[in-house]
Design a protein around this ligand. Sequence first.
Ligand code: TPP
Ligand code: SF4
Ligand code: MG
Length: 441
Amino acid sequence: MIQGRMTDLSCEKDYHRVGSYLDMEIFRNKRIGTYNRASILLDQEIPEIDTKDQDYRRLKGNLSPGLSTCTGCAAPVVFNLVAKAAQMRSLFLTRELIKEGVMSSQELERSEVMKILLKETTASVDEMKTADLNPAVMKKVEKIKKKLIAEGVYFKLLFAGATGCMTVTTASYPNNSWRFPYFHSAFENIGAVVAGLEAGARARQAKGMLKTPHKVIGFAGDGGSYDIGLQALSGIWERNQDCLIVTYDNEAYMNTGKQRCSSTPWGASTTTSPVGKEIKGKQTDPKDITSIALAHNIPYVATASPDDAEDLIIKVRKALLIPGASYLRVLAPCPPGWGYAAKDSIKLSKAAVDTAKFYSFEVETDIRNKRRYFTINNAPSVFFNSENGREEIASFTNGQGRFSHMSKKGDQEAINVVQEKVDASWRNMTDFFGLNGGSTS
Ligand SMILES: Cc1ncc(C[n+]2csc(CCOP(=O)(O)OP(=O)(O)O)c2C)c(N)n1
Ligand code: SF4
Ligand SMILES: [Mg+2]
């Protein structure tokens, strides 16, 4: 992990002790004590993601998107991991009940017990009998729930998704595979919809109409966030509304047949940036959406690749635990859109990181104290400044149909251009965050 700080380091001592800004905040507020990446993750929660179709199906099964998904697509893997990570109520409740000696881990392992504990309404006598619970225990549970709510770690979830492959794979009318309330927004307005849901839930809670607070997670494709949805997203970020926006980035308008987007990489062939005699693929660089999000000074901006499930789960949890707006951009390789065999989705996600085509990082901004912390979570295996800094970009582009005009015909000039762009982007990013000359650990 490489870590950089663009900040006044007067808090360095605390910082090292507890890990990061988020940890510091919670530590300072004495909310849940020292709190680091590992403390919001259970070992058994990290799914094995393999490149075999069978494993994709198993993972999708958590969300049960049904059979309509394109086989091997990384997008439902992303949806599933985010949904899985976001369900933190039982995690925090379990910990606290054990810590306070109210119940044992064996008792809590029984599914009927947790089901009753998470209920908003009072359980019936029969239900309590089946789960071996009694009113005295339930009173303690309610007290602990109130404490967790006050600490901001106990909440229910609302999901919204902009029209795109998410709709196709998980919510094609009249079916819906989400186990949460789910709002299907238009292509252009995920920011506005999430803003309304968040404000509505907050108002209802203030009026005592909701017992448990709600957090809103809005998904949009790259088209729905980089292009047509950007205005409403900028609004929600500027107002710093408490929500998480996730872009699953398949680098084009995929569900409508692979049209180019401002996220599409230079040189990639799409139906609206085709390869011809004169012009070969998209001729502009992708928009830097995370810098746009960062310019709003929201507390948490991160990127993640689905090949590292642990990293993705932790980022979703941090995003939800930090009050205010969070943005997460997740790479989502698309077999038909990028032109590769479905079994290679996760392999390609990893190749994107190893070549530094995509870097997995997080930026935590502490506006009050004017500090910002930057972490590269997954970097090319060796730090960039050294001689063998990263894999050649060809190990990512080769084998992808959208770049086949470069690889198949051996267009070394085009490959060199892509390589230069990747290197320049990495240099800009590390310069910007003051990482060059930084250390690895
Ligand atoms: C105003 C408007 N224009 C066009 C469309 C048609 N449309 C629906 S989704 C989509 C592209 C979505 O691209 P992206 O957000 O990247 O999601 P993906 O399909 O790649 O998952 C388009 C053009 C629409 N629904 N509304
Ligand atoms: S078009 Fe691509 S991203 Fe969309 S559902 Fe199919 S495989 Fe997944
Ligand atoms: Mg897309």
